[in-house]
Design a protein around this ligand. Structure first.
Ligand code: ZN
Length: 150
């Protein structure tokens, strides 16, 4: 099932390992992110923030490794981890909320298909974790701010 995943719109319908993004000078927004946005668009894959809607939203634009980049140092194939197929558009807030994610322990995938299956399951886990943390943050916000005079 891929309908709830962003990868279906990627080249090869998200089932192939694409090249890593071309390295360019500058931030993700005008550097290596360009190849990611070309596949994934300008909407946060976790919370749905449209970062093309205005300039403030644009400044939230970032790129997330679904399977964390540090797995390349733990036996994962760099070709997999650094592929655009493992990169998504996300907002800086979701990126922060998800950056302590550790994938479940297990052997490194050896084939492209194994990696892509792991990516899909890690994406679902990360999204659930990020949305849970957003809900917790929203509860704090509502308690502290929303009811207060400003
Ligand atoms: Zn977001």
């Amino acid at each position: 099932m891929t309908d709830d995943l962003p990868f279906g719109r990627y080249a090869g319908a998200g089932r192939t390992i694409l090249d890593p993004p071309r390295q360019r000078d500058g931030t993700a927004r005008h550097g290596y992110g360009l190849d990611v946005f070309a596949q994934c668009g300008y909407t946060c894959v976790y919370c749905g923030l449209d970062m093309a809607s205005d300039f403030r939203a644009w400044l939230q634009l970032s790129v997330d490794h679904v399977v964390p980049h540090q797995m390349a140092g733990q036996g994962f194939d760099r070709r997999h981890v650094e592929s655009v197929s493992n990169l998504v558009t996300c907002c800086r807030a979701c990126n922060d909320l998800g950056n302590r994610y550790a994938p479940p322990p297990g052997p490194a995938p050896t084939t492209d298909d194994e990696f892509l299956a792991l990516r899909d399951s890690v994406f679902r886990d990360r999204r659930a974790m990020i949305l849970k943390r957003r809900a917790e943050e929203e509860a704090v916000y509502r308690k502290l701010i929303a009811g207060s005079p400003r």
